[in-house]
Design a protein. Structure first.
Length: 166
């Protein structure tokens, strides 16, 4: 890798309060790409389901009980991850996304590492996530980071559920 661009991982909005627009853009890209991969492509954010539009328009409210971890390069957000509030010793990673122009630089690994560290600090015993089966690169990354496939907690077809102890 020849690009040595500095990427900083931080909590949003506490450590990155001005990054709201950037987070909304990352969430929009994530949801638009996911819908397209599922065969339900929409032209823009207005075509997304209401719950996704709500996350994009007001991430602070949508994730009020959760921890949002962001990756920034300079003033631009280039990655995000949502870690749900612990329930019964378990948290879930959601909305992990790296700007395609910044992939291959370890950002997703660092976001997950930050989520795992935060989980330990919060007394969480298990972190889980779900990923679409066609995202083989993501599945391979999660496996390298110690996640294993487990019984599904979600009835959606083609969703792979994974977890790991922390």
């Amino acid at each position: 890798m020849t690009d040595q661009c500095q990427v900083v991982i931080s909590l949003w909005p506490r450590q990155s309060p001005s990054a709201g627009t950037g987070l909304a853009e990352l969430l929009a890209a994530y949801h638009l790409r996911t819908e397209a991969e599922k065969g339900a492509a929409v032209a823009d954010v207005d075509g997304l389901p209401d719950r996704y539009r709500a996350e994009i328009s007001d991430p602070r409210s949508a994730f009020a009980d959760d921890v949002v971890i962001v990756a920034a390069s300079g003033d631009a957000l280039v990655g995000c991850l949502v870690l749900t509030a612990p329930v019964d010793g378990r948290s879930e990673v959601k909305r992990i996304w790296t700007d395609p122009a910044f992939r291959g630089r370890g950002i997703a690994s660092r976001l997950i590492g930050a989520a795992l560290a935060r989980s330990v600090a919060n007394g969480v015993r298990t972190v889980r996530l779900s990923v679409w089966k066609w995202r083989v690169g993501a599945i391979a990354l999660y496996e390298r980071l110690g996640f294993t496939v487990t019984a599904s907690w979600d009835a959606r077809d083609q969703l792979v559920c994974m977890e790991r102890a922390v």
